[in-house]
Design a protein around this ligand. Sequence first.
Ligand code: NDP
Length: 460
Amino acid sequence: MSDEVDLFVIGAGSGGVRAARIASGYGASVMIAEEYRVGGTCVIRGCVPKKLLVYASRFHEEFEDAAGFGWTLPEPKFDWATLIANKDKEIDRLEKAYTSNLERSKVKIVKSRAVLTDPHTVKLLATGETVRAKRILIATGGAPSLGKDIEGHEHVISSNEALHLKELPKRILIQGGGYIAVEFAGIFNGLGSEVTLVYRGDNILRGFDEEVRNHLRAELEKRGIKILTKKIVEGIEKVDHGLDVCLSGHDQIVVDQVMFATGRRPNVKGLGLEAAGVKLDERGAIAVDEFSQTNVPHIHAVGDVTDRIALTPVAIREGHAFADTVFGKKPVRVDHANVPTAVFSEPEVGVIGLTEAQACDTLAKVDIYKTSFRPMKATLSGRDTRVFMKLVVDGTSDRVVGAHIIGPDAGEMIQLIGVAVRLKATKADFDATMAVHPTAAEELVTMREKFATHVRQAAE
Ligand code: NDP
């Protein structure tokens, strides 16, 4: 036995790091184990590198749009290797910052895979040492799930590999219709690849407002992304000139790269959960209560491994709330309602709260306000694109219960609307707010005309 700690955190991603630092601040002795790189999915192979690539991809339109504003540019050239090297440098810097923040907080970092051998003991596979912990936090995140093995599955990459490709593929097929699929479709399209998106359902972004799904699909198609719906990849064969992909319905397409963005699964395998007696839920995630406590009272879990809402800020909140509750003696529940979110597609999507359909299913009366307009910049650039905005209002209380935006900076806008929705702002509050002119966001406070009212028929 080498050590004994108050808290052992498995996984130095967003949730684990926050929990470790806050717990240490309350005086707990904390050790955190990470088998890969400090920072986790968000920093190392998720949100951050992805957003850097999104920025890179958007220059494409900027260069084109500049002409309408009088600029003449030499033919822009893009170098993938430079982008990846610069992105990697920034990720290294962030990893160091995360590491030094942990060290400053007096958290001991161990670079090892950690496995539970009983409810209080963690084994560090790198050294074989064991650590006794009064409490354990599992924050191991998730990993890409590539579905069942198909013929040629060895040719499939996930978003992890997409961030490290040696060269930009000329042609890429992306399977999936969720966040990662549409974001990477935008990245590769903007950087100059020919992109085909293959989705098994009838429209991308299942779960989002129907009009958001339709509008975004149309915008992606305007930019040249080919979207094939009601199709799946059935097999892949390597041929001289690329990868020959066989789709359901006997369709065939040859590309240089195939990426699957078909969801992520909680990282629970080989963690020793059985030895510790920790139970999973029916989706294979660690089952926790509202305080992120598992069925074993001194073992908690936060973030994607619990598959509640797989978003970085949610994991951070859960990690912080755990530390406050357990070590700060201030019980804190994380409110998982009304979480604003953005899809960094091109154009961007920002949403919060209920879709029109969800509101109609749950509220007696629903008012819908919406607008679609050409953004001001497009007037001179001549770009064929439209912004879309929708407010879903509880017709009984006048509260804004949902906001849906597609267009430039939708992510920035929805962050601020999140405050208003949280404060239970009414449509009258939106109307009373002075517009900022000329902006796109002003449309959110100037939507005077009701587009529709839905009244739910009382059950007989
Ligand atoms: P999503 O769950 O968003 O999407 C998965 C997609 O893959 C869906 O379209 C799903 O179809 C499809 N799919 C699933 N299984 C199969 C299969 N066997 N064959 C074919 N298609 C399949 O997952 P992502 O991987 O895109 O992202 C994971 C999570 O990460 C997101 O849910 C989000 O919470 C988070 N994330 C957040 C981001 C952000 O905040 N901007 C960015 C990236 C990720 P169907 O709809 O029919 O189920």
